[in-house]
Design a protein around this ligand. Structure first.
Ligand code: NAD
Length: 325
């Protein structure tokens, strides 16, 4: 089996590649442009954990480069595509919309078109809990109507879902969109709260607590995300009853946690108290995220459930080892 993973030097991409290689009998074609949205050394360090493994091949490529992507698909003839490359981050999207248009709209168009021309069994791609917006009822269900994104990032992720629908409808391309909910764990992202808070607490610096600590997030541990992604990959939508082979799943912990509780879990894992500064809610943010995971569980017999305290212990242990602190 050959699987193409885009965004392979990213947080979730690295972990997905590692698990695919662990399964055995899988060749992984890994793609990333190694952009500098955050520390490039971290992306190189993630890749270094994979590069010596048999069956792993890395290609530095921008998915917005149609000719490059097309040539790679033509050469590799992959069975499955797990598309994780994107410009991520809610707040950054408000200042830098063009980066999102380039990777998340042009890049996504290229991935869809390459999958059509070089037929793959299944395209699995990252969407986001942010598509639910501000006023969604909780828990968030895939059946809810979502058409009011409050950040440009969320708008591009919602756009990906409707773009995938058109390819499933027009060309019977099997696609599954995964709405990830705040993912954390070893090799995580330096722009996200688990990393930022851990870094500040260990250095004795002040942490920024937005919305006065009142927001809630459905923090989801990386190993659970990877398990979900791989089970979904092999569960190809069939498009029965005249419907296109198009599907969406929430992948979240189904257990939203208040920010102050999250900070206490981080303090416990670090063995120190945080110095806190309180701020109002930021543009583009939503007060709560909360995944209904019934559809995922019914389809693949699994949904995330790692307790936050355990996951944060593992993240902080990794963080200390990585930085030698
Ligand atoms: P990440 O930024 O760590 O990984 C994305 C990777 O894609 C990076 O290594 C980046 O260099 C690469 N990339 C970006 N644009 C590219 C392009 N044009 N061509 C080639 N490579 C490109 O982010 P992540 O947390 O691993 O997220 C993976 C996916 O999941 C993204 O689509 C993201 O939007 C989505 N997502 C993540 C979370 C989360 O909490 N981490 C939540 C919801 C959705």
């Amino acid at each position: 089996m050959k699987v193409l993973v885009t965004g392979a030097a990213g947080f979730i991409g690295r972990a997905v590649c590692e698990k695919l290689l662990d399964k055995g009998g899988v060749d992984v074609v890994a793609v990333d442009n190694l952009n500098d949205y955050y520390a490039v050394e971290l992306k190189h360090a993630r890749l270094a954990t994979l590069q010596s493994r048999p069956g792993f091949a890395f290609h530095r490529l921008d998915i917005a480069d149609w000719d490059g992507l097309e040539a790679l698909f033509a050469a590799e003839r992959v069975d499955y595509v797990i598309h994780l490359a994107a410009q991520a981050g809610v707040r950054y999207s408000i200042q830098n919309p063009h980066a999102y248009a380039q990777s998340n709209l042009t890049g996504f168009t290229n991935v869809l078109e390459a999958c059509r021309r070089h037929p793959v069994k299944h395209l699995v791609y990252a969407s986001s809990s942010s598509v639910y917006g501000q006023n969604a009822k909780v828990p968030f269900s895939e059946d809810d109507r979502v058409d009011a994104p409050v950040s440009f990032y969320a708008a591009t992720k919602k756009a990906n879902e409707v773009m995938a629908h058109s390819y499933a409808h027009l060309y019977a391309l099997p696609t599954t969109g995964l709405r990830f909910f705040t993912v954390y764990g070893p090799w995580g992202r330096p722009d996200m709260a688990p990393w930022l808070f851990t870094e500040a607490i260990l250095k004795g610096e002040t942490i920024k607590v937005f919305n006065h600590g009142k927001m809630q997030r459905d923090f989801t541990y990386i190993d659970d995300i990877v398990e979900g992604v791989l089970r979904v990959m092999e569960h190809v939508p069939q498009g029965a009853d005249g419907q296109p082979p198009y599907r969406l799943f929430n992948i979240g912990n189904h257990n939203p946690v208040e920010l102050m509780k999250f900070i206490r879990a981080t303090e416990a894992a670090c063995g120190r108290e945080a110095v806190k500064d309180y701020y109002p809610m930021q543009d583009g943010d939503v007060p709560v995220t909360y995944a209904d995971t019934a559809r995922l569980r019914a389809a693949v017999g699994f949904s995330p459930d790692t307790p936050l305290a355990d996951g944060m212990q593992r993240f902080v242990a990794w963080y200390r080892g990585y930085h030698g602190v």
